[in-house]
Design a protein around this ligand. Sequence first.
Ligand SMILES: Cc1cc2nc3c(=O)[nH]c(=O)nc-3n(C[C@H](O)[C@H](O)[C@H](O)COP(=O)(O)O)c2cc1C
Length: 411
Amino acid sequence: MSLPIPTAASNAHKPAGTPVNPESVKDVKLFQPFTQKFVKIHNHIGVSPMCMYAADDGHFNDFHIMHYGSLAIKGPGLIIIEASGVVPEGRITPQCGGLWKDSQIEGLKRVVGAIKSQGSTPGLQIAHAGRKASMSPPFKGDYVEGKSNHGWPKNVYAPSAIPFAEHYPEPIEMTKEDIKRTVQAFADAAVRADKAGIEVLEIHAAHGYLISTFLSGSSNKRTDEYGGSFENRSKFALEVVAAVRKVWHSKPLWVRISCTEYSNPEPMGENADGWDIFQAIELAKEFKKLGVDVVDCSSGGIVQGVEYPRGIPMYQVQFAEAIKKEASIATAAVGLIVEGEDAESILQDEKADFILAGREFLRDSAFVLVAAQALNVAINWPQQYSWAVKSRRNTSKAATNKNSEFMTTIP
Ligand SMILES: Cc1cc2nc3c(=O)[nH]c(=O)nc-3n(C[C@H](O)[C@H](O)[C@H](O)COP(=O)(O)O)c2cc1C
């Protein structure tokens, strides 16, 4: 049963992460609202979807309310709740969230309520893990979860019967009937997401999970109409998007893709037989025709044994920029965006339309408030905190000593 959040606990009327004076952000895009299809996101920065491996048979619980609530209270305009399986065998781990049955709506609704009560916009990523399913949560190791641990290693599906790596399950090649059922499962999950109050829905078509393995010639060796040419490899992704768009007609629909698989070590280089930015651009054009609102531009995860760019700030922004320009569709940039100035420059330079951050929010849930401070934007804090705390601590000792707020004694 949903526990309503009382008015006194709500910050929805003046969310953290909004400017104290809207006039003051005329030239600062990060803190202006972002509106799509009547959904007004209160700034241009959101929490990237991040699996928490804490659900019970796909049901969200108090952990998720606490986790997402603690992020929402500190001001991101959007929170995309983690990858949630559209079928039980489409979870990465037995502890992943899911939305394949109606009993899962209630827990999600409570998380949505917590997020909305702080004025943030609740998003959700719907997913099928494909050949990367039935694995352990990464903090436990990197092994197949067997039946005794609630895994399903003999019930793992992929476009072709090729495991992701030696220590991953041997997947079953999907029949056309399996494909049809899975497309329907994405649409059914979208309907449940709507019932739970989700406002932005993201389809996970990245990182070597089911949809992205259909897209890449490295993982898709089918000889029917779902394999071979770019058009055939894209067919499943486009069927999923079309089916979801049909039931999710009035709210924003985002799709996350990998923009390269790094088989060609040059990130913007060609890899026509596998997956590359050129195919990603063509795919984005097709998404646009189907009414996708944002392409969320990530990379990698499709094949093993390739080199990833390491420690390069904003390493995926080049993909968001290329897709935005070439496919004329809005993009979200993600990946090592950890400074407010960088986030703002991406928007100012029109390389992307929205900023997502992942790990930085885990390090510091006040990332949005920190970014505002870096950009000299006077920002609202949650009312329950703001009478006591108005800015983040500047960790330099000299600055701290000069900052009267830190030196104030509160009785
Ligand atoms: C703990 C964790 C869980 C993640 N889970 C997901 C997920 O559910 N779906 C997804 O598309 N990406 C997932 N990612 C990738 C992030 O959304 C993000 O794209 C990536 O971490 C790069 O952004 P960052 O440098 O800001 O962390 C996850 C990342 C982390 C660290």
